[in-house]
Design a protein around this ligand. Structure first.
Ligand SMILES: *[C@@H]1O[C@H](CO)[C@@H](O)[C@H](O)[C@H]1NC(C)=O
Ligand SMILES: *[C@@H]1O[C@H](CO)[C@@H](O)[C@H](O)[C@H]1NC(C)=O
Length: 161
């Protein structure tokens, strides 16, 4: 299991998760909220350029709303790579399993400080998909929790590179 990836890419996984079907043709990307959604809603997410490509720099732009004040918390992000072992047969290899601080990422990508007050915000950052990523299918799950452990947002993503 290789984990050589910047924290902000974990966040990218999170926001990717909350949109429905990504814009554009080419490689597919879809997301959904988990069955236990929290108080944070993602209104939209954009990727430029799309489709995402290994080794290529891209920007994400996410519009989200919170109805509660968020003092601090944690992101838990998991990413699986679908390894095809035979025709019609595959296993999911855990590629990333990380917990990161919510406010550090918030400050970096939104330009706002913690606590996060109720409102509508834009988060954006430019990232490069590491060349250690292999072509194929990826599945991700991202959850954010407040300091008390209450879920703020949970989403799943599916994309291919
Ligand atoms: C974010 O999305 C909300 C809801 O769709 C919209 O009302 C708001 O204008 C958007 N904000 C920005 C900066 O795009
Ligand atoms: C891999 O994970 C995806 C998404 O959770 C799931 O749909 C798929 O069935 C899994 N595949 C295997 C072989 O477990």
């Amino acid at each position: 299991m290789v984990t050589v990836i910047k924290p902000s890419l974990f966040l990218m996984s999170l926001w990717v998760l909350s949109s429905h079907e990504a814009q554009g043709s080419g490689k597919k990307l879809s997301w959904s909220h988990c069955s236990n959604p929290g108080t944070v809603a993602l209104n939209y997410i954009l990727f430029k350029p799309f489709p995402l490509k290994i080794g290529q720099r891209f920007q994400y732009i996410a519009n989200l709303s919170t109805s509660d004040t968020i003092v601090d918390g944690t992101f838990h992000v998991k990413l699986w790579y679908q390894l095809n072992i035979a025709k019609q047969e595959s296993i999911n290899i855990t590629f990333i399993d990380e917990r990161i601080n919510l406010c550090d990422q918030w400050v970096a990508d939104s330009g706002h400080l913690c606590p996060v007050k109720p409102g509508n915000y834009i988060m954006t950052s430019a990232e490069t998909i590491p060349t250690l990523f292999k072509p194929g299918n990826y599945f991700g799950k991202a959850e954010a929790f407040d300091e008390a452990g209450k879920i703020l947002i949970c989403a799943r993503i599916k994309f291919s590179l």
